[in-house]
Design a binder for this molecule. Structure first.
Ligand code: ADP
Ligand code: MG
Length: 306
């Protein structure tokens, strides 16, 4: 069995269209799945079901073949969970909190804990109540990873970290990937998902709208070439050359086409004998690609991803 994390038809309806509805996906051993969606999309709700904190109204969630609700204790031992909102007991300092968590998880890996404290530059003598949001977040990171779990559930892990620490965190997750960890990472930050994930599941309004292979998306991105012509005949000839049009401006004699890697020769042939006044190229980023997809989805109210 290669599927470590399995969410099958998960539904939890909180009323007024809120919640998660018929969500299904899997994360294979050693894979990093990006769970991408705007605020309120249902990312944390799904993760909380995976940690066994909530019961599905229908559907199933399992980790390593164990039902998440029935085997919460065993799941908590196996999984490193970084919650979206960190709530820490005010009366303890960092060291005491770490000790308490080690007791709860019945694990003590001093070497690993020391490595993490150094990496994330955390002073454990500081009382939790005096920690900044970023420091609390770092403490949560250290406690989530200190038992060196094979499965990681990371709910918007870089929120609250400063840009330097975000970079440290992303490098750390790359290391964890190298070490074969299975990771579910929720985020609304495209660059983070792009840097870390093998596959991307997009959730919107509680429903999964698409799951894509990150590598395929990168290969499938196109450039927009905009050409300005000296006369209208050349503009018309170019517009009828068979390239995929993305815009046309007759007043300024401009035309834009989508050019994928394999279309580049066709593009050059199409413009070769025409009188050109100007030319510009624009590469579509993963972010634009997904924004386009979101908008498209909103307009049609359905899944329309090719
Ligand atoms: N316990 C709850 N009771 C009522 N509504 C909830 C509860 N938990 C989540 N929701 C609602 O479900 C939706 C999804 O929330 P959430 O999973 O936190 O989104 P995300 O993590 O993607 O920002 C939101 O509209 C939220 O208000
Ligand atoms: Mg959330």
């Amino acid at each position: 069995m290669n599927d470590i994390i399995k969410v099958s038809n998960l539904t939890h309806d909180y009323g007024h269209g809120r919640g998660v509805f018929d969500v299904s996906f899997t994360v294979k051993k050693g894979e990093t799945l990006g769970f991408l969606g705007p605020n309120g999309a249902g990312k944390s709700t799904t993760m909380r079901h995976l940690m066994g904190f909530s019961s599905p109204q229908s559907g199933n969630v399992s980790i390593n073949g164990l039902d998440c609700r029935k085997s919460t204790g065993r799941i908590m031992e196996k999984v490193g969970y970084l919650p979206g909102e960190v709530a820490l007991p005010d009366g303890l300092n960092g060291r005491e909190f770490i000790k308490m968590m080690q007791g709860m998880h019945k694990t003590k890996n001093d070497e690993r804990t020391a490595y993490l404290l150094k990496k994330f530059r955390l002073d454990t003598d500081v009382p939790v109540r005096k920690m900044s949001i970023g420091e609390k977040r770092k403490l949560a990171v250290v406690t989530a990873f200190m038992s060196d779990p094979d499965i990681l559930l990371l709910d918007e892990p870089t929120s609250g970290l400063d840009p330097l620490m975000q970079e440290v965190f992303i490098d750390f997750i790359k290391e964890e990937k190298q070490r074969g960890k299975t990771i579910l990472l929720s985020s609304h930050i495209f660059s983070e998902v792009e840097a870390l994930c093998d596959r991307i599941a997009i959730i919107k309004d509680g429903r999964l709208v698409s799951t894509v292979d990150a590598q395929e998306v990168r290969h499938g991105l196109h450039n927009i070439m905009t050409v300005e012509f000296k006369d209208k005949d050349d503009l018309l000839q170019f517009c009828n050359s068979g390239l995929e049009l993305s815009g046309r401006d007759d007043k300024h004699l401009r035309c834009s086409v989508k050019v994928y890697d394999e279309d580049i020769n066709a593009f050059i042939s199409a413009v070769k004998c025409l009188k050109i006044k100007g030319f510009s190229e624009h590469s579509v980023t993963l972010e634009e690609y997904f924004m386009h997809f979101y908008k498209k989805d909103r307009a049609t109210g359905g899944v329309c991803y090719a």
